[in-house]
Design a protein around this ligand. Structure first.
Ligand code: ATP
Ligand code: MG
Ligand code: FE
Length: 334
């Protein structure tokens, strides 16, 4: 099977061509980070306008990379949600146009299913599987009893971990997206500061707004008292507290659900400290579980992951018709 996949849920315009559900023939990402950097965050109006400007070019580039035509495809997969409605809309319209013009099946894909399935690019997935989803808008433990079956075991009660990291980056005066630079800075520091540990009622849920406030209060308190602090140590302390909270819940889920594999998914899976904790600490603690971390290039938004998930969706008979619209609140569970 050949699937052309389109992803435009946030600030990346991306198109990929995937062969047989895991082989990447093309993977083109046009990121808008440089535009949104000046504003310290994504401006939705600007994002959708740039998607419109880029989408045709990115589709052409992907076809050129794969040396293929739309005719050769078995289906057109597209991120239907969740994400920014105006951004999603551009990808959905492009996918509908291609599906209509070339008479190909249209396959709607959930963005987070894509993040999870990015792991298939480097490993055979084994079920039951547990996914720790850590991205800009999501922090979830997802249980997959089988292929294309998703159950959300726990989710964030407030901020997503990526969002919290970006905010911490901003208050430390780092560029956008903050989480990336907090990661870099933390390498030069030690986790010596005590910050508020996330607490939740349900033991598999997450919470990061308290930790985020705790970082802000720490900085305010230092300023008020005229004391100095080491930014690298604060970055390391934030990461240590946030990631230990993730691992605590992941351990509980592993012990309750006994998965064969645990995969990391989402942009924050690119974090060097989190990758190390999962590949060393969890691997040592649970030798019977296989831990998979997606390749760095496929952690943040891309269309290869949508193509991999889209192939599974295609084989499960999922189809969209021509009244398909962007769905910012799309549900993952099925
Ligand atoms: P969602 O996938 O939930 O819809 P999104 O698509 O906007 O949200 P992703 O592209 O999956 O999010 O991930 C972007 C997030 O990943 C940003 O918050 C960014 O700061 C974070 N991120 C990227 N690299 C790193 C890193 N090395 N360390 C920490 N955070 C990182
Ligand atoms: Mg992004
Ligand atoms: Fe994403």
């Amino acid at each position: 099977t050949y699937i052309l996949a389109i992803e435009s849920s946030c600030d990346e315009t991306a198109v990929a061509i995937i062969k047989n559900g895991k082989e990447v023939l093309a993977n083109v990402v046009a990121t808008q980070i440089d535009v949104h950097k000046d504003f310290g965050g994504v401006i939705p109006e600007v994002a959708s306008r740039i998607h419109v400007e880029n989408i045709s070019m990115v589709i052409e580039e992907a076809l050129k990379q794969a040396n293929m035509e739309v005719e050769d495809m078995d289906g057109i997969a597209v991120t239907q949600g969740p994400g920014l409605v105006g951004s999603l809309h551009v990808g959905v319209q492009a996918a509908k146009t291609l599906a209509w013009a070339f008479n190909k099946p249209l396959i709607p894909v959930h963005h987070i299913a894509g993040h999870i399935y990015a792991n298939r690019l480097i490993a055979d997935l084994k079920f039951p599987l547990l996914a720790l989803v850590v991205s800009g808008g999501h922090t979830e433990l997802v249980y997959m009893k089988d292929e294309w079956s998703f159950e959300i075991l726990g989710t964030t009660q407030d901020d997503a971990i990526g969002e919290a990291g970006d905010k911490v980056g901003r208050v430390l005066g780092l560029p956008y997206p903050g989480g990336v630079y907090v990661d870099k800075l933390a390498k030069e520091g030690k986790p010596v500061y005590q910050l508020a540990k996330p607490k939740t009622e349900n033991e598999l849920d997450f919470s990061f707004s308290g930790l985020k406030s705790s970082v802000l209060q720490f900085i305010d308190r230092c300023k008020r008292k005229g004391e100095s602090f080491v930014p690298a140590d604060l970055a390391a302390s934030y990461q240590e507290t946030a990631f230990e909270a993730l691992l605590l819940r992941a351990r509980k889920a592993i012990e309750q659900y006994h998965p064969k594999q645990m995969v990391l998914a989402g942009g924050v899976a690119a974090n060097s400290c989190l990758r190390e904790k999962v590949s060393v600490d969890l691997t040592n603690q649970y030798p019977d579980v296989e831990f998979i971390i997606p390749p760095l290039s496929c952690c943040t938004d891309n269309a290869a992951m949508i193509g991999v998930a889209g192939t599974v969706a295609y084989l499960h008979g999922e189809r969209g018709d021509f009244d398909l619209t962007a769905n910012p609140g799309m549900e993952l569970e099925r």
